[in-house]
Design a binder for this molecule. Structure first.
Ligand code: PLP
Length: 367
């Protein structure tokens, strides 16, 4: 069956911005501004100001933002770095590839690093912690920072899924030594290819021309920076849209026994819904039912990373992470997702649970 509700819609996204995007790209090409020119510097300045820090450095990926942050903090062989067991592999690969040992800790019901698990995992060689703000909701950074400061740990924030999220007045990516960002096309701020950045208050002017280390070729392309700079101006409006879509899902999916809905604000959190995650013990058959109705969904991630033998990771026996891999499902969510698509998806899910919606969801929607 043809897809009625796409998970994301990059073609519609481009069409809605075509004029601005084409002008920005045309500008770079006609002026010959291809590498490390004013478009990159302007984007870095605007990103730093959006996050609320002094500096931003545009890079080619979120992965490299993480690896370079660890290397800049002097982390390497013999060091342990604690992070969440439930995260994208890149978080852990960055630790392994800089020579350090990852120590994986379970996540709580918010899908984020459990601060008690962090405290319990600290040992004599622990040097750093990477809290991952997953799905657009921040970790409990007050507690994580208290624990990290008490033990003298470096904190690198994996904020790749949380641009614009905040908690008790503090923005994702502005609290640790660095915030690491991904501009993979389907992130809240996505380029037309891979991209990333580091934000920090701890930097220096890179125009001095001084070399401090042997390096890498990993700068954000100028054309991508020009595109991202255009998109950054639209980001607050897109975040509001995502929050409204999440509100509609929450409203429509209330009262379905056995279906767990994601956290939404409360306790000083402001969530930006990179992903809208539901959980159910019958996830796979629910997913097949949605697919038959033409609704595209995503599973992040179908098995824990330590079950991939090629990665050589020890099994840390994390109960929540293992359960999450079996139960979670991401519903369609993007700046282009419409209330009609949510209505259709909600109806399909309620039909699966044999609890049809009594009144139209759209009456409540004012998007
Ligand atoms: C939580 C998390 N960490 C790290 C990354 C790595 O980012 P990238 O794909 O840009 O390397 C991503 C994005 O895919 C992510 O979602």
């Amino acid at each position: 069956m043809a897809c009625k509700v796409p998970f994301v819609d990059p073609r519609a996204h481009y069409q809605s911005l075509k004029r601005e995007i084409d002008a920005a790209i045309g500008n770079c090409l006609s002026q010959g501004d291809l590498v490390n020119r004013q478009q990159l510097q302007a984007f870095e300045k605007h990103l730093a100001s959006f996050v609320g820090v002094k500096y931003a450095v545009g890079l080619n990926s979120g992965y490299h933002a993480l690896e370079f942050s660890l290397r800049a903090a002097g982390i390497g062989r013999g060091d342990e770095v604690i992070t969440a067991g439930h995260t994208f592999l890149a978080t852990v690969s960055a630790i392994v590839n800089c020579g350090a040992t990852p120590v994986l800790v379970d996540v709580g019901d918010d899908y984020n690093l459990d601060p008690d698990g962090l405290a319990a995992a600290i040992g004599s060689t622990t040097r750093a912690v990477i809290p991952v703000h997953l799905n657009g909701r921040m970790c409990e950074m007050d507690r994580i920072m208290d624990i990290a400061n008490h033990h003298g740990l470096v904190v690198i924030e994996d904020s790749c899924q949380a641009l614009g999220a905040h908690h008790r007045g503090k923005k994702a990516g502005s609290i640790g030594l660095t915030g690491c960002w991904s501009f993979y096309p389907f992130k809240v701020l996505g380029g037309f290819g891979d991209g990333g950045a580091i934000t920090t208050n701890n930097g220096e002017d890179r125009q001095t021309g001084e070399y401090h280390y042997h390096g890498y070729t990993a700068l954000l392309d100028n054309v991508q920076a020009a595109v991202l700079d255009v998109k950054l101006r639209h980001l607050p409006k897109w975040i509001e849209h995502r929050r409204k879509i999440a509100g509609l899902y929450n409203e429509g999916l209330q009262g379905l026994g056995g279906l767990i809905l994601p956290p939404f604000d409360g306790y000083g959190y402001f969530d930006i819904f990179q992903n809208y995650i539901i959980a159910s013990t019958s996830r796979d058959s629910l997913r097949a039912h949605l697919q038959a109705d033409g609704i595209e969904t995503l599973v992040s991630w179908p098995k824990p990373m330590w079950e991939h033998p090629g990665l050589g990771l020890k099994n840390p026996h994390l109960r929540n992470t293992e359960r999450i891999c079996r139960e979670v499902l991401s519903l369609p969510m993007s700046a282009e997702t419409t209330p009609e698509q949510v209505d259709y998806t909600v109806r399909s899910i309620r039909e699966y649970f044999s609890l049809p919606l009594r009144q139209p969801l759209l009456e409540a929607a004012e998007i």
